[in-house]
Write a protein that binds this ligand. Sequence first.
Ligand SMILES: Cc1cc2nc3c(=O)[nH]c(=O)nc-3n(C[C@H](O)[C@H](O)[C@H](O)COP(=O)(O)OP(=O)(O)OC[C@H]3O[C@@H](n4cnc5c(N)ncnc54)[C@H](O)[C@@H]3O)c2cc1C
Length: 451
Amino acid sequence: MPESLWAAVTPAGPELPQLVGAGQADVVIIGAGFTGLSTALHLREAGVDVAIVEAAEPGWGGSGRNNGQVIPTLTRPDPEDIIAKHGAAGERFVALLRDCASTLFDTARRYQIQAEQEQAGWIQPVHSPGRIKVAERRVRQWSKVGAPVEFLSREDVTKMLGSDAWFGGFWNRTGGHINPLALSRGLARAALDRGVRIFARSPASRFERRDNRWIVTTPQGEISGRALILATNAYTGEFEKQLAPAIAREVMPVRSWQMATAPLPEAARKTIIPGRQAMSDTHGELYFARYDARNRLVTGGALLGTDTEALKAAVGARLRRLWPEIGDVKFDYVWNGYVGMTTDFLPRIHRLGPDAYAWAGCNGRAVALSIAIGQELAKAAQGVPAQDLALPFTEPLPYVAHGLLRRLAPLMLMVYRRRDAAEIPDRPSGPPQPEHFVAWASNLRNRWRTS
Ligand SMILES: Cc1cc2nc3c(=O)[nH]c(=O)nc-3n(C[C@H](O)[C@H](O)[C@H](O)COP(=O)(O)OP(=O)(O)OC[C@H]3O[C@@H](n4cnc5c(N)ncnc54)[C@H](O)[C@@H]3O)c2cc1C
């Protein structure tokens, strides 16, 4: 992968050994992203002996490549959707989600992690008049559960973002942005300092239950634990297809392109998002941007092929449309990563067996959520009963024809473009779209399996 902005500006991570030979821990975690590291830290704080096996290095996956927006909502589902689906566990999960941005900033503070964090708030501006309903619904539902959210008028958004391209918006003051690779490496250091063992360059090829223990096998070693956490998310099938095929196939890994401009001149910085909030709008082909600590705008886009020059031209033109004062846009860094999408945009959290847990399906909104889920997975691994966890457990729900759909997934961009250009009702009632068939087939299969 080309070097990301985060890799270029972040001090190197800790030197870590590979797993060689046989080892033991009370809890073994596979994957050193935000989920695995947060779980490990919470377990260690409770005095539990923890080891992590990581295929590459801490933060190598989504956690070190993302846009760093700290967002305390899901992509589309709102509290009522979550509670309707998961009942009391859904209510606990909504509370976890409501507080997850503050949880992230508190975590960085507690472990004194310098990750260029700015709790400047998160704005979701609305890109068409009809979609104002989306912001109104979000404000109504999140206010009901005590989240510090506000509806923004068109004038508010114009003032806050420095552009009159949007029609109103949703605003949560607890959000913000971070350098995600610095946070990943900072969490890894904090975990090591407290006695967590992290084995890097040690891809797990399988995990199995033997003699009442979980055994994780890597190319040169084997480590056993009483409990197991699979924290590989959208990268579950990346190093070993057979590691957890049902979980790998329940998320669609969609490539998301990230890019960083050259630092903006001070005059432009003062008018473009002057309050330095993180912003992601209501387009399906998402418009998003935030500043880094050097006043680069970190943004991105979607691409049908791999022509990054075409992508730079398109995203540059978009930035000029939104903020003409930006002038010629030069991108210094372009990189990408996989976002794990589920059919209904809800995360999937699983029990894999006795004392073994996993989650996947970040849907591009889980920088903060994965840190918070780590806290709950740590409780689960210590035997806290399900009714006291903010984890709505479900069975894995693999996509039907995952391999084929993965190849076709980039074409969804055309659907999103068409839909973005149209004024659609809040809850689409128009002709069925390709993802509706995928969701329908997956739901049918699920019903058949549970009946
Ligand atoms: C390009 C991009 C932009 C995004 N932007 C945002 C954003 O702005 N805001 C937001 O809220 N969310 C965003 N997300 C989502 C967010 O990054 C993820 O939700 C979050 O990082 C998930 O963390 P995780 O620890 O669960 O998974 P990951 O960080 O992906 O960690 C999984 C780890 O498992 C390891 N692994 C995989 N297989 C094995 C194996 N066999 N053995 C051992 N280790 C293995 C991987 O190497 C990896 O380190 C974005 C995601 C991407 C990709």
